[in-house]
Design a protein around this ligand. Structure first.
Ligand SMILES: [Zn+2]
Length: 465
């Protein structure tokens, strides 16, 4: 199968490419990226914007040319007309919670992968807080096997740091690494014991996986449901001080400095965290960090404005405008390496409880890219090339994944964006089983219009083909 993506603005920060040109994909791999036109004679020319027509075209079902009948056009040779569109390496989300095994009523690996592809992502890293926790080789293999059978996107599982994510003894890190985890984390919980965290860094380094820190001093955050500030006081909701995060960010940076081993800080949400990470990077400590679309665009005011909608209940909590501004500054100056959704689906029954009782977490895979294109690029003047970097080489390099570029021979993962497309976020239409999204009803400009993974077109205009 040959596929040419033609005439789009190719932006690949990891390859220092930003020009209008063509990409040739052959046998699932990048064959050529070029300013010069690449032509395939007699190939079928299709436009990603026409979703229904696309799905009906031969080629997308990978029929052989003989089945197409008399048409001289070859079904296994497609030219995708990308004029006016932006063509980037496949987007990577290094922080998603698919609920399988154990809570298939909230999300399965399949629905999660569909949501990822629809949202423009070709690779995701799944968090280990399933039932059972991914703390053994068998659970890791189960996830990888299941994902391989579905085949929509690449799935990189993270394993737990501690057994059962209970924070007491290290999990079978070596065995899981052998099975294919790329990182360890107790995300959702913090490893409160500093010595265990130090050992985790040392073991991770021995086995060639990264450590992701959910930085939260739970002795400070215990019982809290939203950011501690004027709004929590006015609403009378139990608060979480920002220090619950920064105290642990500091500890983990410090342990990284002590051991010389890299650490990745998940979902940074406060100005002070950004400043700590910036100083650590300046000092040569190997710390990387991610931020979520919701922390970049919403504040604690959303809790009040939404009338206690539990889709605003997230951990770490939505902060203040000053924190949002600091996160944007962190993106701009490179302190923050990646944007990751922390996609956390919950059943409607679970989320319909009152604000204090409802679980933390919101879904993000199918809203992240439009939210960032509109509210981060357009409204906050973050350059598009920089945003693409935060979805490609930023996350890939933070976790040591061989993804995020368009080098010859790479597996052809591509995300095509239409920066001018009008979209309205409608959670009812999500492939994700989660409806707990704070962006429902938002009208935004810019969206992913085509996701290509391993050289195959997976989604057009947010729908599976
Ligand atoms: Zn977390």
């Amino acid at each position: 199968m040959r596929l040419v993506i033609k005439g789009g603005r190719i932006i690949s920060p990891g390859d220092r490419i930003d020009y209008v040109g063509d990409i040739l994909i052959e046998n699932s791999r990048i064959k050529r990226v070029s300013r010069r036109p690449i032509d395939i004679k007699d190939a079928l020319v299709v436009r990603p914007a026409v979703a229904k027509a696309m799905a009906d075209k031969p080629g997308f079902t990978r029929r052989s040319s003989s089945e197409v009948g008399k048409s001289s056009k070859k079904a296994d040779e497609i030219v995708l007309d990308a004029k006016g569109l932006v063509v980037a390496p496949g987007f990577i989300d290094i922080h998603v919670h698919f609920r399988e095994p154990g809570r298939e009523d909230a999300e399965t690996i399949e629905t999660g992968m569909k949501a990822a592809a629809a949202g423009g992502f070709t690779s995701v890293m799944t968090m280990p807080n399933t039932y059972p926790v991914n703390d053994t080789q068998s659970t890791t293999l189960f996830i990888l096997q299941k994902a391989a059978n579905i085949g929509l996107t690449h799935v990189f599982p993270a394993g737990a740091i501690t057994r059962g994510m209970k924070g007491r003894t290290l999990a079978a890190i070596g065995e899981m690494a052998e099975a294919g985890i790329v990182a360890i984390t107790d995300d959702g919980h913090c490893v409160m014991d500093g010595t265990i965290m130090r050992r985790a860094l040392e073991y991770a380094s021995d086995f060639g996986v990264r450590v992701v820190s959910h930085s939260e001093d739970t002795t400070l955050s215990a019982g809290g449901v939203m950011h501690e500030g004027f709004v929590s006081t006015r609403l009378g909701l139990p608060p979480i001080p920002q220090q619950a995060e920064t105290v642990m960010v500091y500890r983990d940076i410090s342990l990284s400095g002590l051991t010389g081993i890299p650490i990745h800080i998940a979902h940074v949400s406060t100005r002070e965290s950004v400043e700590l990470i910036r100083r650590a990077k300046d000092a040569g400590i190997k710390v990387t960090a991610e931020v979520t679309p919701h922390h970049l665009t919403l504040t604690d005011e959303a809790v009040e404005e939404s009338d206690y909608d539990t889709s605003t209940k997230v951990n770490p909590p939505l902060r203040t405008q000053d924190d949002v501004d600091a996160l944007i500054e962190g993106l701009l100056d490179g302190t923050i390496d990646a944007i990751a959704t922390d996609h956390a689906p919950h059943t409607t029954t679970d989320k319909e409880q009152d604000y204090v009782a409802a679980p933390f977490g919101i879904v993000g895979l199918e809203s992240a890219v439009p939210v960032c294109l509109d509210r981060v690029c357009a409204k906050r003047q973050v350059p598009l090339e920089l945003l693409i970097q935060k979805f490609t080489t930023g996350p890939a390099d933070a976790l040591g994944l061989k993804k995020g570029r368009l080098a010859k021979g790479d597996v052809a993962d591509i995300t095509i964006l239409d920066p001018a497309k009008d979209v309205t976020i409608d959670p009812a239409k999500f492939y994700s089983m989660g409806r707990n999204c704070p962006f429902g009803g938002w009208s935004l400009v810019g969206a992913p219009v085509c996701t290509i993974a391993s050289g195959q077109i997976k989604t057009i205009d947010g729908r599976l083909v």
